[in-house]
Design a protein around this ligand. Sequence first.
Ligand code: 5RP
Length: 233
Amino acid sequence: MQWKNRPNGLTWSGVIKNEEAKRAAAARLAAELQDGQTVGIGSGSTSFLTLQALAARAEKENLSFTAIPTSIEVANACASLGLRTATLNEARPDWCFDGADEVDDRKRLIKGRGGALYQEKLMMAAAPKVFIVVDQSKIVERLGMNFAAPVEIDPAALSLIYEKLEDFPGLQEVTLRAAGGKDGPVITERGNLIIDLRFSEIADDAHARLKQMSGVVETGLFFGYDFELVLAG
Ligand code: 5RP
């Protein structure tokens, strides 16, 4: 039997840039863990390394904790590590951590390259203390300079939202996120689509304007969240 692309939850499927620096930052963050806590686990490769560091410390020091994953991928990793998990409907995190695609000097974030932005935002809204772990490449002078801003939308609203975006301030390009090849659009864990928006400049009210459009589930613009930045490297 040959298993192709079978996840084992213990190895990251893609390339991790600056892995050593990220592992060091992950170990620093793992020192925050106290026995019996519930921790919200973000998605992406940096969060994956941080989860591993957390699990390693818990095992070494005989600490127990409950993880609340923000994606199926993270839930698989938790299962492989033998961790107890819960959902936001069952528990609240004492703190959470996540990665980001971009951070500007006003602590505005773009997240969602991995497509888990909706649950990641729920987690950040639920956690009293948030850590964002990034390397220097994610710190930007202008938000949107390296990454487009993802927006999760209901498929039924696609053409309506395209219409509404026609005269959206500063918007230059809209891309329906595709899985590549002939696989069609990316479908999120909630059964939605993601459109990636490129702006000349991302205004402070961009998230609110998008969010008020019928059919927009969530945006990857994380504005106004209080968090502690953990810099890798
Ligand atoms: C996923 C995210 C990730 O946190 C973000 O894409 C960073 O990922 P990585 O740590 O792999 O660079 O928002 O939805």
